[in-house]
Ligand binder design. Structure first.
Ligand code: FES
Length: 106
């Protein structure tokens, strides 16, 4: 099972086991970590699942869709290259070891 290291807004690090094909949002939301509201449930309409992905993994992620782009653009905390919506990324074996940080709340 791929492992993902998540840093919370308060700086705590958690290593989570992630099932292949779950979204990163689901992995975080279903853990004991606070701070992932995911209000829309993964429909790509709220941006409350905003994360920063370790730059080493950016190339392994699916491209940003038009809807994701619009939502990320509306965030005051968007960072070039590393900002993503965690509900738009599915876990795969190639993401084993992924490191990410939950972005500040807008
Ligand atoms: S959970 Fe709403 S956009 Fe990701």
């Amino acid at each position: 099972m791929p492992q993902i290291t998540v840093t919370t807004r308060s700086g705590e690090k958690h290593v989570l086991e992630a099932a292949v094909n779950q979204t990163l949002m689901e992995v975080i939301r279903d853990s004991s970590i606070d701070g992932m509201d995911a209000i829309c449930g993964g429909c790509c309409s709220c941006a409350t699942c905003h994360i920063y992905v370790d730059p080493d993994f950016v190339d392994q992620l699916p491209p940003v869709s038009e809807d994701e782009e619009i939502l990320l653009d509306g965030s005051n905390h968007r960072k070039p290259e590393v900002s993503r919506l965690s509900c738009q990324i599915r876990v795969s074996d190639s993401l084993n070891g992924l490191v990410l940080q939950i972005a500040p709340e807008d």
